[in-house]
Design a protein around this ligand. Sequence first.
Ligand SMILES: C[S@@+](CC[C@H](N)C(=O)[O-])C[C@H]1O[C@@H](n2cnc3c(N)ncnc32)[C@H](O)[C@@H]1O
Length: 314
Amino acid sequence: MVPRMSEPTDQLPDVSNEAWSGVRRGPLREGEWVRLVDSKGRRHNICLEAGKRFFSNRGHFEHDELLGREEGFTVTSSAGGEYLVFRPLLSEFVVSMPRGAAVVYPKDAAQIVAMVDVFPGAHVVEAGVGSGALTCSLLRAVGPQGRVSSYERREEFADVARQNVTQFFGGDHPAWNLTLGDLAEALPESGERCDRIILDMLAPWECLDAAATALLPGGIVCAYVATTTQLSRFVETVRVHGGFTEPQAWESLVRDWHVEGLAVRPGHKMIGHTAFLVTARRMAPGQKPPLKRRRPAPGAYGEDYTGPRPSPQS
Ligand SMILES: C[S@@+](CC[C@H](N)C(=O)[O-])C[C@H]1O[C@@H](n2cnc3c(N)ncnc32)[C@H](O)[C@@H]1O
């Protein structure tokens, strides 16, 4: 089939390269990734190449049938299978890209960007980089005038992240710096200062001193932890440190809804738990947060409690 070129109607120009958004407008071009979704919701991500053919269990079609068209159409394969064609959104890209380590889910990345107040021009430090999912959201939020310094101690994960982030943004994002090393040592060695630090790792409490030294007064530390034991240890370590405000901990649950005529009900399936988030703000040097007026719940720090202990007056 001859490719149908898009009509140049009332289009907006393509998104400027200088925005480093990872988003393109206009006709699909060679080298771009598109996401195909079939009638059963199965997804395929393909990189468009002139002369190449896409195969599935529902036959095939030529990439040339997609090239030059505006996204948002249906293509039919040789065996009658229909596929929706769109450019992937960031939230779709991060859950389908190759993974080294578990990724921060889009619902949590959204919470981090909003609740950790990641702003254009901010200098953000994150560790570990894992597969680079959160990195993409942070780079989007700080923009090319900001800076995201990612630390990762495993080279194989750093390589996966570099590939994913480069693919998403279509090149080397000018605001991104990736350091191979343990944040607890490499961050103090770098001497860098920052507005925000995101710790997505097994033992974020081991990095709290480094985070405290790097964070500017008013800056925010955020930990993303999967278990209650990690949550407890991080919160108590922040309290014992004394140079942060009282930590806040929460999680977010997102439930889809089925909406069809009179059948309007919550979806049967949901991702029940991803991780907990904890944030605290850095006090100015030598400053302490006000003493807590409320006593701990009886037994909270009883003999069974073995974690970091706040001093009696704090
Ligand atoms: C769950 S993954 C991070 C996922 C990543 N945030 C994403 O969205 O793709 C945790 C990563 O932290 C790394 N890591 C653990 N402790 C670290 C440390 N102290 N410094 C640097 N990286 C660390 C691990 O090697 C692993 O790759």
